[in-house]
Structures are given as structure tokens and as C-alpha cells.
Design a protein around this ligand. Structure first.
Ligand code: C2E
Ligand code: MG
Ligand code: MG
Ligand code: MG
Length: 292
């Protein structure tokens, strides 16, 4: 019996693996055609000034909706990175974000909101990225000073020497660079000083539970103090409730992003959200909180 069971276990194990790699292969193939098939889109999640809660910009987040139904970026982005498809998809994301930024600037000429987008490490390996981005900036008429490139800590610090040159070239085009998911990788503060990074995005793992946990507050407080001492702006991600919002305001974060404030939305909804937010700026929640 034990022999039969062992065989059964082995058989189902191997079938699962086979199924997994088949599914993965179909995602790889699907991603290769995603642009041509018009299956990609961007969602925009507003980013707010921490004190005034005024929308300052938004993060462009990639969405993939093949005929079989939408796939989470947490699943398809790593596959696109491993298969190399991310280079072409990333170019598409950059062009779409630039066009959207140009439309936002037309809608809000007095205070054009900025747009941030995510870059993969693989895109920094591609020597042509500088020329291609410069051309796209020209073609779309985007305001380079209103674009922010987000790179994860892991991507940035994987090969600082190599990234330095290309990041400086991107920064020279006028764009700002942010470290994404800060605190989750292996950042070296010394290396952070050498990179042309102006903003730090605190990963939502640190925000999670901040309202109950003194140690979580201490860590964020230390990140903010260090970041400010280095002249960086601090953006907290993953604000999911009002208590977290109050804590992050009290901890002197510069900007906030999270489901409690706004969910990612289509471009048209973003335009409406900004209009509404700027017409009626939300009251300063932290001041109210500290008076009571
Ligand atoms: P990220 O760059 O850290 O983006 C933030 C993610 O957190 C987004 O997930 C967003 O929807 C989610 N989020 C925002 N606020 C909250 C909150 O309050 N609670 C929770 N639980 N989640 C929140 P999304 O859109 O699923 O993207 C996941 C990741 O996929 C991104 O993480 C980024 O690393 C990657 N990604 C997305 N778009 C692109 C892209 O165009 N290019 C590349 N290379 N990567 C992308
Ligand atoms: Mg990001
Ligand atoms: Mg992030
Ligand atoms: Mg993240």
C-alpha cells in the first residue's frame, strides 16, 4: 500500500509541476502578444501630500487583461522580467505614461500633476533605453520634470556601478528617480548616497500594523529622519485606514498612497478625482487629530 501511495504521490507531484510550467509557458507566450492584441492598460493610483491631502501625482500601474481574464501584476511582471518581454512592455508603459502626463498637464496647466512609473532591472541593462526614452519624451511632449521613475531597491543596488551611469543619464533627461519598496531589499546607505535618487517609497510592509505597533512606528520614524537628512522625500505606500494615515502624518512622511485614500483607477477617473480633490481639499486630518 505504501508503495502505491508513494507512486500516487509522485504522479500527482509531477503532474502539478507539469501543469505549472504549462501555465507559465502560456503566460510567457501570451505576454509576447499582449501589446499587439491590445490587452495592456494602465491604472493610476493618486499620491497625496501628507499634510494637505491634496493630490500631487499618481503612480501608473500596469494591467493585463487577456481574453481568459485579468492576470495580477504580481504574477505576470516577474514572468515578463524573466522572459525579457518586460523591455518592450516597459517601453510601452513609458510611452503611455508620457502621453497621459501630457494630457494631465493640459487639464491642469497651473499645477501639472506628476506621474510615476515602474522600471525593471532588465530595462537598465538595455543600452538603448536612453535614446528611446528621449525620443518618446520628444514625441509625446511630456514634461520630463513631471515624471518619476520608480526602481525597487533590489534592482537599484544589484549592480550600482552599472546603474549609476544609466540613472544619471535618465536624470539628465530631467526625470526624477525613486527607490521603490524601500526597506525590503539589501540597501546600502552608502550606495543610496551615490545614486541620483530624490524620493524614497516606504514599502507597505512597514505601514501594515503601524497603528498597533510601536516598533513599526520607530522604524518609519528612523527612515523619515534619515531620508530627510539626506534631502530625500519620503512616500508611504499601502495606507489602508485612517489610523495609519494619522500616524504617517505625525511621523512627518511627505506623501501618502493607499487604498484608504484612492484605489488605482483609469485615466478618466483620475482626471475627475483630481478635479474633485483640488476643488475641495480635504481638511488637515492630523491637526484635527492632535487637538482632540
Ligand atoms: P509597486 O510598484 O510597489 O506598486 C504598488 C502596489 O501596491 C500596486 O499593486 C498597488 O495597487 C498596491 N497598493 C496600493 N495601495 C495599497 C494598499 O493600501 N493596500 C494594498 N494591499 N496594496 C496597495 P499592483 O498594481 O498589483 O502592482 C504590483 C507590483 O507590480 C508593483 O508594485 C510593481 O512592482 C509591479 N508593476 C506594476 N506595474 C508595473 C510596470 O509598469 N512595470 C514594472 N516593471 N512593474 C510594474
Ligand atoms: Mg511602484
Ligand atoms: Mg512600491
Ligand atoms: Mg510594493
Amino acid at each position: 500500500a505504501s508503495k502505491a501511495q508513494g507512486r500516487n504521490t509522485w504522479r500527482s507531484f509531477s503532474r502539478d509541476l507539469g501543469e505549472q510550467s504549462k501555465e507559465r509557458l502560456s503566460l510567457v507566450t501570451g505576454l509576447r502578444h499582449a501589446i499587439a492584441r491590445n490587452e495592456l492598460s494602465l491604472a493610476f493610483q493618486p499620491i497625496l501630500a501628507a499634510n494637505s491631502l491634496r493630490i500631487q501625482g499618481a503612480e501608473a500601474l500596469l494591467r493585463w487583461h487577456p481574453r481568459s481574464g485579468p492576470v495580477s501584476p504580481a504574477l505576470f511582471v516577474p514572468i515578463a522580467e524573466q522572459s525579457g518581454a518586460i523591455v518592450e512592455i516597459g517601453r510601452w508603459v513609458f510611452e503611455q505614461t508620457c502621453s497621459a502626463q501630457q494630457r494631465l498637464a493640459q487639464a491642469y496647466p497651473d499645477s501639472p500633476p506628476y506621474l510615476s512609473l515602474n522600471l525593471s532591472a532588465a530595462q537598465l541593462n538595455d543600452e538603448h533605453i536612453i535614446d528611446e526614452f528621449a525620443l518618446i519624451l520628444q514625441r509625446t511632449g511630456a514634461d520630463t520634470t513631471r515624471l518619476l521613475l520608480e526602481l525597487t531597491e533590489t534592482a537599484l543596488f544589484a549592480d550600482v556601478e552599472k546603474n549609476l551611469r544609466i540613472l544619471h543619464a535618465l536624470a539628465e533627461l530631467g526625470m526624477q528617480v525613486a527607490v521603490d519598496d524601500f526597506g525590503t531589499g539589501y540597501s546600502s546607505l552608502l550606495q543610496l548616497l551615490r545614486l541620483p535618487v530624490s524620493q524614497i517609497k516606504i514599502d507597505r510592509a512597514f505601514v501594515d500594523g503601524i497603528e498597533h505597533r510601536e516598533d513599526a512606528r520607530l522604524i518609519i520614524s528612523a527612515m523619515v529622519k534619515m531620508g530627510h537628512a539626506l534631502g530625500k522625500r519620503l512616500i508611504a505606500e499601502g495606507v489602508e485606514n485612517e489610523a495609519q494615515l494619522f500616524e504617517l502624518q505625525a511621523l512627518k512622511c511627505d506623501a501618502l498612497q493607499g487604498f484608504h485614500l484612492y484605489r488605482p483607477m483609469p485615466e478618466q477617473a483620475l482626471l475627475e478625482a483630481i478635479a474633485e480633490n483640488h476643488r475641495q481639499p480635504p481638511c488637515n486630518a492630523s491637526r484635527v487629530y492632535y487637538l482632540i
